[in-house]
Each structure stands twice: as C-alpha cells, then as structure tokens.
Write a protein that binds this ligand. Structure first.
Ligand code: PEP
Ligand code: MG
Length: 575
C-alpha cells in the first residue's frame, strides 16, 4: 500500500524507480585484544598503506568528475592516515594490549567526535570524512570487500547517509535519485545530486529503514518527500510531472545565458552566491549575470593566522577574472561568536547570533577590515566591483563604515594605486531595524542586498541552526515580506537598487513574490540560475505585483505558498 515519507528537499526534480539500499559491508566480528603490539602495529601499517593506495587511485580515476573541494577531501583523508596526533593515540592503545582494529577504531572515533562537537557545520561534516577513512582501514584489516556494487539498471539510491568515497563509487548513469535517512542539504549526497541534476530528499529519518529493497519509489526533490509503492494513478501523474520537469529544465538550460526578462519586458538580474573560486566558475558556466554575494569567510577560516593583503588581492583578482568582467558583489568578513577565528580573540557568548558578529566584529578589529578593503580596491581596478557590509543594524554603523571606506580609498589613491571605476558600496539588510529604517541608511549606500536567512531568523525569533524551529523560519512569512517591502519602497525612484541574496531568492515559489515587491536582483546558488531565470520569464511584472500585494496581506507563510501555487502561470513556449 502506498505511503508517503517526508524529508528535506535537497535537489529538485521528480524520479521514479526501484529502491536500492546502499549497505556498507563492515567487518562483523572484531577482535578487541591483540596478540603482540609489534604484530598489531604491522597489520595496521599494511592496512593503512592499502587504504592510502586505494584513495590515491580513486582520486586519480575520478579527477575529472570531482570538484576541487572533493579532491581536497581525498587528499585530506590520505594525510589523516599519517596524522601524528592520531597515531600517538593509536600507539597508546596498542601498547595497552588492544588489537589493531580496536586501537584504530577508538582513536578515529575520538577524533571524529571532537570535530562533530564543533559548532561550525563545516567541521561537523568533516567528522563524516574522518569516519569514512577510518572504515576504509578497518575493511582492509578484516580483508573485507569494497563498497557494494550497483545493479546494472537505473535505481533510486537509498542510504543512511553517503560518504564522499561512496558517492564517487556510484555510476551516475544508473542513479535516478538519492534518498537518505540522515544528512542535510549540504551533505555529500545532496551536493552530488545537484551536480548530476537528479532529485534528492534527505533527512527522512528512521522510517526510511522500513522501505524494502527493490520496491517502487517516487521521489519529489522539490517538495522533499518520497512515496513508497505509489498507486497506478499517482504513477501516471508522476510520469507526466517528470516529463514536464525534464522539458522545462531543458528549456531553462538552453536559455540560461540569456537575460531574464518578465513577460512585460522588465529585466531582473539573476546573480550567484559563491564561496570559492570553483563556485565562481560554476556560476559563470550556468549563466549567472553577476555574483550577488561573495562570502569571503573561506579566506579566513581554517588557518592559524590571517591572510596577508597580497594573498587577498590574488584571490579576489582570480574571482573577478573568473566572471569575465561581470559585476561581483563582495561581502566583507562575516564571522562572529558562532564561527570563531583562532587568531581573533572572541569571548564565548550566550547568544552568538545577537552578539559580536559581522561588522560589529570588524569594528573591533579595524586593521583586518582595512586590509580587506585595501585588497578589494587594489584587485578591483578595471573590474565592476561592488562591496557590501554584513549585519548592519544602526545608521551610526553604516555612517562609520562609509567614512572608514572613504578613508581607505583616498589613502590608496594617494599611494598611487589604480582603483575600480564604477565601484558601488552597499549593505546587507539582515536585521529588522535596518529594513524598517531603510530610508535613513540609503544616503550612505548605492544598493541594499537583503539577507533573508538572517532577516527571517531575527523576525520570527527562530534560530537558523536549530532544526526544532526550522519549520517556523520560512522567508515567505508575510512579516518578512513586509520588511522587504519597506526596503524596496525606500529605494523606489532613486536609481539605486535592491537585491535578495538569502536562500529565499532561489526558491521558485518566492521568485514572483520578490520581484512583485520590487526586488531587482536575485542572487542564488549557482546551480539554480537557469531555473530562477525561467521562473522570472513566466510572469509579467504587473501580475507579480498584484500577487505580492495579496501575499503581504496573508497571515502566514503557508497561505502565501498556496496563493502562489494557485496563481502559477504556464511557461511561455519560447522561454
Ligand atoms: C543571509 O543571512 O541571508 C545571508 C545571505 O548571509 P549568510 O547566509 O552568509 O549569513
Ligand atoms: Mg547573513
């Protein structure tokens, strides 16, 4: 009998096919006591060598299919096999009489647990990489087989969770979709699914274990649910939806490099959010008109000392060049109590999201901000550079920032550096106070970029990192929409512009509402660019405005979503 299981949407699309459980083959019985420390040490060494050779071979075989980030994960795993701290922990266990398996497993688990306990989701995700390489060594110790091999027909891959080396062991031609019990939208399975263009639903929970191997599954990656053994009528509807999705996607991709215009001829800029050079290449390939948000944290995190000005200049210039002369909005460093930097003293805070983060931290460390602005202005000579500040909450802050910026600019000019010509300076609107008083901030900026991730968490008092309140933090909540309306109203007729760079901008349901509210630029995940452009082309601005007017009068986000679902016009044949 058909039944539906809910998870989180991780990659859009509709797919149907047999479930194939990806089951790991880990040694069942494990010796805990060793015979002799020297023998155990040699066994472990041999297993580590085999694991290292396997990782190197995997990395080389897949080099063309992997992103630089994924390649870096493999390299980090190879290095981990020789990590002196880890090996010291293993050695202590061996000397105390443990078997190679037990010593290795205990040390690896302690290391992974340390990473998993860190507040940053990036490090938490690295815990999975550590366990992955740990299991690889354990398999060799037990003489066990590699990851299970796929059937020879297309399947829906169902798993507890998928590790990086496991995702690359799958043949992408036979993967119809991914469904995982755990993980989140940033887990490896989700990233791989988006790159392959197949749907994925993650975080389905323990109920997924009740899905038998081989059973027919329907996966809706946009809605974030799966249906087990759908009835014939649901199958028929799903086939029609899949055909429509594939057709619309092909149309969207064919037109990805064209500008996005509404039916009544209004151009909306579709930009990309990037956090690395590789993202920028992807944004360019996918037809992004610009970069609407460059998160610069990647330059500062995971290192023991701040980058030098020269290092920063080189990275910014490479990014500007990757975009081939298209505009790039760079956000100054946005860290704080929830994302500590080892080289900046930050006392622990009870409520880091309400504490010293974003520009509040930058003001405490003006030398760091000065260096970043200098590097940006130097790298930006000859490019359409835009700079913006995160987490601005008072007019006094933006005035201080603008004056600080002008001081940096005139110092550089006096030093004889060439500077960007059509530079723009803006701020993010992430705090309700800034949205409500937008007209008072306006004289200090050329544009506003609304960060709906933070604006939503502050408006609805729902911590964006707390899964227990994730359902409350929907950016289509009318309270958030009214704040956005305040910002666009302040800018109307001034020649300045408003963009949205939170996740909401890439939500196809939100697209007509945002442009109807007067937003002129949507900055989204690079893979979303073609579909967001296609969504804009469905609407006339006049219809989108009428829709937005109704949306802000609703009582909750669910009502806004059904309003849009009812109003969704068909895709124009020529789009
Ligand atoms: C936002 O808050 O919406 C935003 C884009 O910034 P970040 O997600 O980096 O906090
Ligand atoms: Mg933010």
């Amino acid at each position: 009998m058909s039944r539906r299981l809910r998870g989180l949407p991780a990659s859009p699309g509709i797919a149907m096919g047999p479930a194939w459980w990806f089951r790991r083959t880990l040694p069942v019985a494990m010796r805990t006591r060793g015979e002799d420390a020297a023998v155990e040490r040699m066994r472990l060494q041999a297993a580590q060598e085999r694991a290292a050779a396997e990782l190197a071979a995997l990395r080389e075989a897949q080099r063309d299919r992997l992103s630089p980030e994924e390649l870096a994960i493999f390299e980090a795993q190879e290095l981990m096999l020789q990590d002196p701290e880890l090996m010291a922990a293993v050695e202590a266990e061996l000397v105390a009489g443990a078997s190679a398996e037990a010593a290795w497993r205990k040390a690896v688990e302690a290391f992974a647990a340390q990473l998993a306990a860190l507040p940053d989701p990036y490090f938490q995700a690295r815990a999975a990489d550590v366990r992955d390489v740990g299991n690889r060594v354990l398999r060799h110790l037990a003489g066990g087989p590699e990851a299970p091999s796929m059937p020879d027909h297309p399947v829906i891959v169902v798993a507890d969770d998928l590790l990086p080396s496991e995702t690359v062991s799958l043949d992408p031609r036979r993967v119809l979709a991914f469904v995982t019990e755990g993980g989140g939208p940033t887990a490896h399975a989700a990233i791989l699914a988006r790159r392959l263009g197949v749907p994925a639903v993650v975080a389905v929970g323990a109920d997924l274990q009740t899905v038998p191997d081989g059973v027919l599954l329907l996966v809706d990656g946009e809605g974030g649910w799966i249906e087990v053994e759908p009835d014939p009528e649901t199958v028929r509807q799903a086939q029609a939806r899949r055909a429509l999705w594939l057709q619309e996607r092909a149309q969207a991709e064919a037109a990805a490099h064209e500008p996005a215009q509404t039916r009544d001829g209004v151009r909306i800029e579709v930009a990309a959010n990037v956090g690395s050079l590789e993202d920028a290449h992807e944004a360019f390939r996918n037809g992004a008109d610009s970069i609407g948000l460059l998160r610069t944290e990647f330059l500062y995190l995971e290192r023991t000392a701040a980058p030098t000005e020269e290092e920063e200049v080189a990275v910014y210039r490479a990014l500007l060049e990757a975009m081939g002369g298209k505009p790039v909005v760079v956000r100054t460093l946005d860290v704080g109590g929830d994302k500590p930097l080892p080289y900046l003293p930050m006392p622990p805070e009870a409520n880091p999201f309400l504490g010293v983060r974003g520009v509040r931290l930058s003001r405490q460390h003006p030398a760091l901000l000065r260096q970043q602005l200098r590097a940006l202005l130097r790298a930006g000579a000859g490019f359409p550079l835009r700079i913006m500040f995160p987490m601005v909450s008072t007019v006094e802050e933006i005035r201080w920032l603008r004056e600080f910026f002008e001081d940096v600019r005139s110092t550089l000019a006096a030093e004889g550096h060439p500077l960007p010509q059509d530079l723009q300076v803006g701020m993010m609107v992430e705090v309700p106070a800034a949205a409500l008083l937008a007209e008072h901030f306006l004289p200090w900026v050329d544009f506003f970029s609304i960060g709906t991730n933070d604006l939503t968490q502050y408006t609805l008092a729902a911590d964006r990192t707390n899964p227990a309140v994730a359902g409350m933090a929907d950016g289509l909540h009318p309270a958030v929409l009214r704040l956005i309306r305040h910002v666009t109203a302040a800018v109307e007729g001034t020649g300045k512009w408003v963009g949205v760079c939170g996740e909401l901008a890439g939500d196809l349901v939100a697209v007509p509402v945002l442009i109807g509210l007067g937003v002129q630029e949507l900055s989204v995940n690079p893979v979303r660019v073609p579909e967001v452009k296609a969504a804009i082309r469905r609407w006339s601005l006049a219809d989108a405005r009428a829709l937005a007017e109704e949306a802000i009068r609703q009582a909750d986000a669910a009502a806004v979503r059904s309003l849009v679902a009812e109003a969704r016009p068909p895709m124009p044949a020529t789009a």
